[in-house]
Design a binder for this molecule. Structure first.
Ligand code: IVH
Length: 674
């Protein structure tokens, strides 16, 4: 291979890693997103053409490799210790008194660092010659699990150190300890996305981080907003800093992220004051912390103090007071979501938790209830973290008096009474009645939310469903003023306004309409991706699952959900009603006159044998405004795949994530055939 290409790839990797670090870790990018994307595109294209150029530290490898069968065990180079705790100022001073007795009389005065005690997952990262070679979970402190493929997807985790070429050179072998977590702002967005896609949200950021990191499929991990903070060096085969404060600065210089809350004090009173201040402002931290870690700054002193019961004497966790309380679980309410998932919610005796009265709390799902053995009548521990919905952590089994009752999943839908279905391999229980009124209310409010139709809240939705004015969201377009006037609270003006708002929403772009259909897994973001790959709803409806799943960002489950959705006659009828009402079921073309030149602006490449002569198809595409090229490149809009396709075009399309079309889909896209 040309030496120039090898050098170019190396240069691109270095630049991309550096700009990634500027963007994600330092929050201070020096190039635009478009410039960044151009670098990544160039590297991807090179690696697609010359797969032997792919290195483990290549930024393209952050997307997640092949799913694992399980995780291999990894022995840690030194025990990954846990911490002793203090829960008050007095206990902090007691710790100090204990350790002072063990130090020589003439020892220099102690200094301390105070760090947040991140509530995430401990990870151990091995770097050889500056390259990340292994990343493991803590496990039992001696042996963890190899989760390297998943960790590579964490954007604030440097794949190579120093991340900034001007940074210090690390020793040939360096093992760093840190914590992987999800920032609160990202957690809210992640849950919003999951709810929108009809999936269950996570109870708290820690669970979300844990679930994401231990995914067997790194591609899923890659979609989760994981974040790494590093705070110590486990081992190194060269010189490293002698104090904790310098270690933090050194790790920062190597390219690891650290929060601004890392503090240093030469006096224990100042440490205690700082801890108390931090307790008061814990809810302003951008991540979840369950306390602070106070460490003796001098690492030789820390080491000399030794370890008792797996806990080093030279550091202590100053725990935040718990944001939790116990109360009685009186009953469980079942509600039916838009996709038919039945969700249990605990109804509690009201209890005050960190200033907020809590009377309802999440029970997540029925697996969780069974695992924790939560029963009606139980005394339960309820937690509240940040702004997250309070959730039941588990029962206090000791105080059971025999009156407690098991919580069984409902066998019939609480709204429509139809039998509940529990598909094999799934956690959720579903009401699968397409006409279930509770689902319909949720579908309707979701539809109006996504299409931005004002004036139709849940109360109106309930009435529309109860009065049987609506069988599916598309019926909104056939509502009359007379029928609206029969609803409670509807007078002339209100009815007119609602009808106007409904009519106005006919203008919403295709991707919004697609999202509004409420297909499981197809929220606003996924719909945008789909609308780019399939410019008409008919093209999507006609696509085989493999073709849908070949679109970047779309997994096989979502692809299957799309197929299943279109297989239902009710859903197809709804699509026809929307079409009749004049909603946009096709993307607006950037160039060309729609209708006459439906393929304007699109470039096609054809592989394999089509049912008509290739030249005819080519002429026909060109007549409709499209172009036909001989090989797949970044500019290719679609690869049209006929029978017995050639490998090279297909492989290149895969590498570039070029959307694929069957011959039939091409005709569906054009709305005609040669
Ligand atoms: S230092 C010898 N520092 O809290 C050093 N641990 O019970 C011992 N943790 O899971 C740990 N933030 O991984 C240290 N700033 C921090 C930490 C931290 C979170 C975790 C730690 C372990 C637990 C300790």
């Amino acid at each position: 291979m040309d030496q120039e290409i090898v050098l170019r790839a190396a240069k691109l990797r270095e630049e991309i890693n550096y700009h990634n670090y500027r963007y994600h870790t330092l929050d201070s990018p020096v190039i635009s997103d478009a410039q960044f994307d151009a670098l990544v595109d160039e590297l991807r294209a090179l690696e697609a053409a010359y797969p032997e150029l792919i290195t483990p530290d290549s930024p393209t490898q952050r997307v997640g490799g092949a799913p694992a069968e399980g995780f291999a065990k990894v022995e840690h180079p030194a025990p990954i210790l846990s911490l002793d705790k203090a829960s008050s100022r007095a206990e902090l001073f007691a710790w100090h008194t204990r350790i002072s007795k063990l130090l020589p009389e003439d020892a220099p005065p102690l200094a301390y660092t105070v760090e947040p005690k991140f509530d995430g997952l401990t990870v151990v990262l091995h770097y050889r010659q500056g390259q990340l070679v292994l990343g493991a979970t803590r496990g039992d402190g001696l042996v963890g699990e190899d989760i390297t493929a998943n960790l590579r997807t964490v954007k604030t985790l440097p794949l190579r150190i120093p991340a900034d070429p001007d940074g210090p050179q690390p020793p040939p072998y360096l093992v760093v300890r840190g914590e992987v977590l999800i920032l609160l702002k990202d957690f809210d967005a992640l849950n919003a996305r999951l709810i929108e896609a009809g999936e269950s949200p996570f109870a708290n950021p820690r669970n979300a981080a844990a679930g994401s990191l231990r995914q067997l499929d790194p591609a899923i991990t890659a979609q989760r907003p994981l974040h790494l903070y590093a705070y110590s060096i486990v081992t190194a085969d060269g010189p490293v800093p002698a104090t904790q404060q310098e270690t933090l600065a050194y790790l920062r210089a190597l390219g690891f992220a650290q929060p601004s809350e890392m503090a240093y004090f030469a006096d224990l009173d100042a440490v205690a004051d700082y801890c108390e201040q931090m307790i008061a402002r814990r809810n302003t931290l951008p991540f979840e912390a369950d306390g602070l870690v106070v460490k003796i700054d001098d690492l030789a002193t820390q080491a000399a103090l030794g370890v008792v019961g797996g806990r080093p004497r030279g550091a202590v966790a100053y725990k935040f007071p718990a944001q939790e309380a116990t109360t009685t679980l009186r009953d469980v309410e079942f509600s039916v979501g838009r996709t038919g998932v039945i969700t249990p919610t605990a109804l509690l005796d009201p209890v005050l938790i960190a200033g907020v009265t809590v009377s309802r709390a999440s029970l997540h799902n029925f697996d969780f209830i069974a695992e924790r053995d939560i029963r009606i009548g139980d005394r339960v521990l309820v937690k509240r973290a940040g702004d997250v919905i309070p959730y039941v952590e588990g029962p206090v089994v000791d105080v059971r008096d025999g009156s407690q009752r098991l919580i069984e999943p409902p066998t019939t839908c609480p709204a429509c009474g139809d039998p509940v279905v529990h598909p094999e391999g799934e956690i959720a229980y579903y009401c699968v009645n397409a006409a279930c009124p509770a689902q319909l209310v949720q579908k309707l409010t979701y539809f109006t939310h996504v299409l931005d139709i004002e004036g139709l809240g849940e109360r109106t939705a309930v009435q529309l469903v109860e009065q049987r004015l609506i069988q599916d969201p598309a019926d909104l377009y056939f509502l009359t003023k007379e029928s609206l006037l029969t609803l409670e609270g509807f007078a002339d003006k209100k009815a007119d306004n609602l009808l106007a708002a409904i009519a106005q929403a006919k203008d919403r772009p295709f991707d919004r309409v697609l999202a509004a259909l409420g297909i499981r897994g197809v929220g606003v973001t996924v719909a945008q991706v789909l609308a780019e790959a399939f410019p008409t709803l008919d093209a999507l409806a006609a696509a085989p699952a493999e073709v849908i799943a070949s679109v970047e960002g779309i997994g096989p489950i979502t692809a299957q959900n799309i197929l299943t959705w279109f297989a239902h006659v009710h859903n197809r009828a709804m699509v026809e009603k929307l079409r009749q009402a004049g909603l946009k079921l096709a993307a607006e073309r950037k160039a060309g006159v729609a209708g006459e030149q439906p393929l304007a602006g699109l470039t096609f490449v054809i592989t394999g044998t089509l049912s008509r002569p290739r030249d005819d198809v080519k002429a026909w595409i060109e007549a409709l405004g499209g172009k036909v090229a001989g090989s797949v490149s970044q500019k290719t809009s679609y690869l049209v795949v006929g029978a017995d396709p050639g490998g090279s075009k297909y492989n290149r399309a895969q590498a570039l994530n070029t959307p694929l079309l069957t011959e039939e889909q091409l005709y569906a896209l054009a709305g005609s055939h040669p």
